[in-house]
Design a protein around this ligand. Structure first.
Ligand SMILES: [Zn+2]
Length: 473
């Protein structure tokens, strides 16, 4: 039996370095890379360290700031240290965010008015914000009260846009617009009878964004972030293409990648939440591949090529040549230990030296000797399944941890190493980390959509292609 699956090697891009030759060439041109960041190593879980050269550009990693003016404000304007208020900034009218501007265009305030923008972390900070811009307590208290009454506590930062005008005894509050990033909040207005508040609903919509770029000399990760592909989508992107490309060896500088993904944006067009990938493609000088995410009305969602053919291929049930099954999956009398024990795999009896094949495309997770298992290989497949091969006499050339293998590629030869009664291959398949009977695996490899499902797929494919054409020219 093999140990529980380990996470120490996966489809994480941390292992996807640019080929050594690339990096070497680059270093020859640019021989002074910066020192590695503290803690940087190939084992780091920090995706920013998944680079071949320590000089990978760090700057593009940062997501575009939602409020760049706040940073500017730090250097230029007063910072209010009152409770809940983060930053105070005075903007000329019309230069601020469109959201608040739009809200106040209906009835324009007098020309002498100013718009002050603050960010607070909670509705409780509204009162302090009003105080900080000079609204006297007699106005600030009731205005804050009507605003707070319409806003639930929490919910994240609130951007306050206050329209005020100089008046005797301080600033007169004309309007207050308090919004969360999703657009929900309240608009407070001063009227003859005091302040009135009207809630605003969340204003989120889903848009499809497309990014396209070239591989740089460093890594897929740095290439992707420089094109503003969100961190959380980088692993899924590579996993989708893992059946088709070896990201460690087959992707080179200048190769072109493209991704389309859903993005939830607020009324100002700011990204509030990133959804799922809808399209991935990679073009190298040798091959190109484009995949579309699709959920059929019946059946599993997944990646399909442009003709509606699924990229998921099942694992081989018999990954060894000319073998007979000598022990089936399930409970059995253990031939060495003598007691009844669960047999988590299938044994194939075959002469020593018989080729053993990778049951499916994947990455080698383990290829080493372990006392009971002998020489063993574990392969992680792109759908998360694992296949495990025990008691090998030898490994095929190139079968090392991290190597990418194709279905049917020879990974080693039958042997009787470890605890074994004779020459055989013990073969296991784990689905969601649970051993399953390999003979029960469905053989629907590369299944193509048909009929209504294919028609629905083509509609989705064309929708994505239209959006791609509009955004990438
Ligand atoms: Zn066995």
């Amino acid at each position: 039996m093999s140990e529980p699956p380990s996470d120490d090697l996966s489809f994480d891009p941390k292992t996807w370095r640019s080929p050594v030759g690339e990096t070497g060439a680059r270093r020859a041109v640019d021989p002074a890379p910066a020192a590695p960041a503290p803690g940087e190593s190939s084992a780091s879980l920090d995706p920013r360290t998944w680079v071949a050269a320590p000089a990978a550009p760090a700057a593009p990693v940062a997501r575009p700031s939602r409020r760049p003016f706040l940073l500017l404000a730090l250097g230029l304007l007063a910072v209010a240290a009152i409770a809940g208020v983060i930053i105070v900034v005075t903007l000329p009218r019309g230069a601020g965010d469109g959201k608040a501007g739009a809200a106040s265009t209906a009835d324009s305030p007098p020309p002498a008015s100013q718009r002050r923008v603050l960010v607070v972390s909670d509705p409780a900070g509204i009162r302090g914000a009003l105080d900080s811009v000079g609204v006297p307590p007699a106005e600030a208290a009731p205005a804050a009260a009507v605003a707070i009454a319409r806003m639930a506590p929490g919910g994240g930062d609130i951007t306050l846009a206050m329209t005020v005008a100089p008046a005797a005894g301080g600033m007169r509050l004309l309007a207050l617009d308090a919004r969360h990033d999703d657009g929900s909040g309240v608009v407070v207005k001063a009227g003859a009878g005091g302040f009135t508040a009207a809630p605003t609903a969340a204003d989120l919509r889903t848009v499809v964004k497309v990014v396209r770029g070239e591989m740089d000399a460093y890594s897929f990760y740095s290439s992707a972030v420089s094109q503003h592909l969100t961190d959380s989508l980088i692993s899924p992107f590579a996993q989708a293409l893992a059946f088709d490309f070896d990201f460690q060896r087959e992707i080179h500088q200048g190769d072109v990648f493209e991704a389309a993904f859903e993005d939830r944006v607020n009324g100002k067009g700011e990204s509030v939440d990133v959804g799922r990938l809808l399209y991935v493609s990679m073009q190298t000088k040798d091959k190109s591949r484009a995949l579309y995410w699709f959920q059929p009305a019946q059946g599993e969602a997944g990646w399909f090529d442009g003709n509606g053919r699924s990229t998921v291929r099942s694992l081989m049930r018999t990954p060894v040549e000319g073998a007979r099954i000598s022990s089936t999956f399930g409970m059995r009398e253990h031939p060495i230990l003598g007691f009844t024990k669960m047999h988590n795999g299938i044994d194939f009896a075959a002469p020593i030296g018989t080729p053993v094949y990778a049951a499916g495309d994947g990455i080698i997770q383990h290829a080493e000797f372990k006392d009971l298992d002998g020489n063993h290989v574990e392969i992680l497949h792109p759908n998360g399944w694992q296949s495990i091969y025990l008691h090998l006499s030898a490994y095929a050339p190139g079968i090392v941890v991290g190597a990418h293998v194709r279905q049917g590629q020879e990974i080693g030869q039958v042997g009787t190493t470890g605890r074994s009664t004779g020459p055989h291959l013990h073969y296991e398949v784990h689905v969601d980390n649970v051993p399953v009977d390999p003979t029960s695996l469905k053989m629907d490899s590369g299944k193509a959509l048909e009929g209504a499902a294919l028609a629905a797929f083509i509609k989705e494919r064309d929708r994505i292609d239209t959006l791609r054409a509009a955004q990438t020219g």
